[in-house]
Structure formats: C-alpha cells, structure tokens
Ligand binder design. Structure first.
Ligand code: FRU
Length: 539
C-alpha cells in the first residue's frame, strides 16, 4: 500500500520534472542558497571589458538574467527590474534584481529588490510594476506614492510539484526596498501554469487591468481591480496567432495611430516559446480594440498573419514601461536578448544575458495599412562618438572593406541607404575577421531581409545557434534603409524605418572588427552611410 503511494508520488514528481525541463529552463545553480550572498553582485569586482560583454546594452554585473520585469518610470527615474539568479550563472532561485537610469542608456545596479523566498519555496517570476498615485492599495504612508510590483509566485510543494499565482510587493521608498503583501497571493486560478501578470491603469474606467498568461492553454486572461488586491475576471483571449508553443509575458497598452490621440488602437503583445518565426522563443503582436472588458483583434490589420515583433532569434519577454509622463507620450520597451533554446549555455561569464536597446513602439499608416513600428530611443544618440559619412560606392560582385574610411569596430551604429541595382544578394558583413563574419543582407529573389550568423564566431555550443533568420520584406524603388546597432556580442537591425526588425546574439573574436559591403549576382550601390562609434555605458 505504502509502496504504491510512494511510487505514485515518485512517478508524478518525475513526470513534472520531465515536463518542466522540456522548457529548458529548470537548471538549478550549483551553489546553495545563502541569503548573505544575495547582493554579492554589488561587491564583486567586474571589468565590463570581459570577452563578449555588451558595451551599450544592460547586463547584470554577474550571474544569470532573463526577462525584464516591472518596468516603470517613477520620480524622474526609469526602473528596470529583471529575472535574476543571485547565486549563479544559470536559471534558478528566481528573484527580481534592480537597476535604475535617468536616460534609459546608463544604468546603476541596485540591490536585489524581491528575493527568492526560501521559507515558502517561492520563486519570484515575471511581472510588472505600477505607480499607485491614488493609493488605491492603501500601501502608501501619506508621504511617498507607493510603487507596487505585481509578480508571479512560483511555489514548490514538498513533493516537488509546483503551482503559480499572482502576488504583490510594494515600496514606499521609491523602489529602494520592497515588502511582500501579507495577503499574498492575491489571484489564483485552477491551472498550475498561470503567470506573468502585467497591470496598467485605465483612466476611462478608473480601474487597474491585468493581463496574465495561461501558457499551456495559449490564452491570456484579463482581470480588473480597484485596489490591486481584489481582482474580478473580465474575459480571455486566445488561442490565436502563433500557438506552437507556450504563451508567456503578455502586455496590453494603447498606442495613438500616426500620433493622433483621437485615434487610439490597443496592442496586445504575447510571447511564444518554442514555435517562433526564427525558432525557439519569440514575440507576437495583436492589434485591435479594448472595450473595457475584452480585447477585440482587428483582422484587417494583421491580414490573418502573425505580426512578429522581431524576426531574429534573440528578442523575448519584452514588456513596456508604465507611467512614462503623458507629455513624453512614448511607449518604450526592452526585450531579453536571448532564446530559451540555448539561453543557459551562451558562452559568457561571469554574467549571462543582456537586454535589448530600448525601442519605442508606434502605429503608423504605411501604404494605407496600419503597421507596428519600432524605433531605437533617441536617448541612444548620447553614445555617438566619432562620426564618418561615405556616399556613392558601387559594389560589384564581391566584398568591399570600409576600413579605408575609418569605418570598422566592435560597438557602433550605422544608418545606411543602399540601392539594389541588379544584385541578387547584397548588404553588410559586420564583425568580420579571419573566417568570421555576420551577414546582414537582402535577397532579391526570395524578397527577404536576413541576418546570417552561421560563421559569426563561437557557434558550436548549441546545434540551433548557427542560424540564418529571415524576414519577408519588399523594397521600395529598389532601396534598402537600414539602421544597425552592433555591440560586442549582438546585432540589432531596424529596416525600412522600423517596420522590420531582426535581433541576434553573436560571439565573434575581439579582433573581428571589419565592416564590409558585399554584392552577389550583380552590382548594388551604397547611396549613403553614416557611422558612429558608440561609447561604452560602463565606466
Ligand atoms: C519567460 C519566463 C516567464 C517566467 C519567467 C521565469 O522567459 O518563462 O514566463 O515568469 O521566465 O524565470
């Protein structure tokens, strides 16, 4: 009798471990939990010049990072919280780490904001943060407006099985320290996978609205609340769009079409893993309306196709900043520049993962259709140093190095206009050296913009890494406009004014610095190119 019972528990736990590890993210750290080490990251010496260390992308000083969490603007500062393992360089002991910035570019590392709860075996999974201006939660002390984090508690029971529910933690000292609400969790549901709550204040109805994922059901649910504590179910959305993987990290927000505040549409963003366009993890948009209770997608905008936020392999779990002042008016987000396919084994140490550059999200009418556009935030201009401009270079059959113009490097931005001429394939080779190169190009026969990292440097650590990512794209009058950000271990490509984006990590040798033009099957030309070296954000 006892034997059967234990056998059953054993089989169930084993099953759980198998299912969860299939997400490739349950790797525990080798170090054991020690509360004294939780802020080790602030005292460990790091140079920020380690091999592959991004120079203008946010990275933690040490240890593992995944999703951005709780992005919120509060009293002149952008807060960036993120999934973090305080004890190691792989996923585990999930906590919210914290950084702040006054310009979205330079970041100051802060103590861990919400640590893993050893007592109740509570991992602090992804979520959002809001500024509770009217103290609806009652967490305020009359002096400081409370900052409230809404996160997923991922609990582990004694038998090893897990469940998830939504919880609160609040700060009344501007985000310096957080207290977990004693009535946690505040929202439960009858599914062990129920996570990533994203909350916004909706003025029109005078309510908080939460969107939260039911990953294995390919659904999100919407809830409303007057006080962030009691939640009323409103509706659900999905399955829809891409569903060949679990749904995570939703976000719902309004965007003015063509900047016209009288014409607002709503964007629902939902991530999928695996099953994204470039393989593994990725991000999709739905555009439509929010009627106060439910999200209604507008099929005329998507044309029935999935709207991918990024066609590269490495842009996931992005969420937008809450509470950016109305006079600014931008909706800005960052995404985790990684992919669950190989996230735990990318070759960096003593930290792992980076966040993308911040991008603003727009809805603009392009050729009569509403399109989602993303642009690097203007604040990044502050990093521009040496500028070079070249014009009118014909490239026929082969490659053309730009070193003679002083154009090369490891961390730079380019804005270029190219003309296809009669070439079949043309574009740039970046981080080139020896037999390493990353191609950012356009193929005219297939009408795709692509990033090819098959020879980008270190690629052998995972079978899926040496990949080519493609985005369908038509040229207008044979012209290709590219804005490209190259860092020590990434490329981010914004094509045709932000209508098509590709983000990919690369791991080239430090001496691979050349930048080339290439053209195959005919002659293409570079009409104009502006190049800026970008300064490091770390001093
Ligand atoms: C997405 C995700 C979230 C979860 C978190 C755990 O990358 O799987 O759904 O909350 O990571 O670290």
């Amino acid at each position: 009798m006892y034997v059967t019972k234990y056998l059953l528990v054993f089989i169930l736990s084993a099953l759980f471990v198998i299912i969860y590890t299939s997400c490739d993210q349950v790797e525990q750290t080798d170090s054991s939990f020690d509360a004294n080490l939780i802020n080790q990251h602030l005292v460990t010496d790091v140079s920020f010049t380690e091999q592959y260390r991004p120079q203008f992308h946010y990275t933690p000083r040490i240890n593992w990072m995944n999703d951005p969490n709780g992005l919120v603007y509060y009293e002149g500062k952008y807060h960036l919280f993120h999934q973090y393992n305080p004890f190691g360089n792989r996923w585990g002991y999930m906590s919210w780490n914290h950084a702040v910035s006054e310009d979205l570019v330079h970041w100051q590392h802060k103590p861990v904001a919400i640590p893993y709860g050893k007592k109740e075996e509570e991992a602090i999974f992804s979520g959002s943060a809001v500024v509770d201006h009217n103290n609806t939660s009652g967490f305020g002390n009359g002096q400081r407006v409370p900052l409230v984090a809404i996160y997923t508690s991922h609990y582990t029971r004694e038998d090893g099985s897990t469940w998830q529910a939504q919880s609160l933690a609040y700060s009344i000292d501007g985000g310096e320290s957080f207290v977990k609400y004693e009535g946690n969790p505040v929202l439960k549901y009858d599914d062990p996978d129920f996570r990533d709550p994203n909350v916004i204040w909706i003025d029109k109805t005078g309510q908080w609205v939460m969107v939260v994922a039911l990953p294995r059901q390919h659904k999100v649910q919407f809830y409303a609340s007057d006080n962030l504590i009691d939640w009323e179910f409103l509706s659900d959305f999905g399955p829809d769009g891409a569903i060949d993987g679990i749904w995570e990290c939703p976000d719902l927000f309004p965007v003015a079409v063509d900047g016209d505040s009288q014409n607002t549409r709503w964007i629902l963003h939902v991530d999928i893993n695996p099953g994204a366009i470039a393989g593994g993890s990725g991000s999709q948009f739905f555009v439509g309306d929010w009627d106060g209770r439910q999200f209604i997608p507008d099929e005329t905008i998507s044309g029935g196709d999935v709207i991918w936020a990024d066609y590269g392999t490495d842009f996931y779990a992005a969420i937008t900043w809450n509470n950016i002042p109305e006079e600014d008016g931008r909706r800005i987000w960052v995404g985790w520049m990684n992919n669950w396919m190989y996230a735990n084994i990318i070759p960096t140490s003593p930290w792992r993962s980076a966040q993308s550059i911040p991008r603003s999200i727009h809805l603009e009418t392009v050729d009569g259709n509403i399109k989602v556009i993303q642009r690097p935030v203007e604040e990044l201009h502050a990093l521009r140093s040496e500028h070079r401009r070249i014009e009118d270079i014909a490239v026929s059959g082969g490659t053309h190095s730009l070193s003679e113009y002083g154009i090369y490097g490891k961390s730079y931005e380019i804005i270029a206009e190219l003309s296809i001429g009669d070439a079949q394939d043309f574009g740039f080779e970046v981080r080139k050296g020896g037999n390493e190169k990353t191609r950012i190009g356009y193929n005219s026969q297939r009408e795709v913009l692509y990033v090819d990292r098959t020879q980008s440097g270190e690629v052998d650590f995972h079978d899926g890494f040496a990949s080519v990512s493609e985005a369908p794209m038509k040229l207008k009058d044979g012209k290709l406009i590219l804005q490209i950000f190259v860092d020590w271990s990434s490329v981010e490509v914004f094509a045709q004014n932000g209508t098509t984006i590709l983000t990919k990590r690369i791991f080239p040798g430090p001496e691979s610095e050349e930048l080339m033009l290439y053209s195959e099957g005919g002659e293409s030309s570079l009409i104009r190119l502006d190049f800026w070296n970008l300064k490091s954000i770390w001093n």
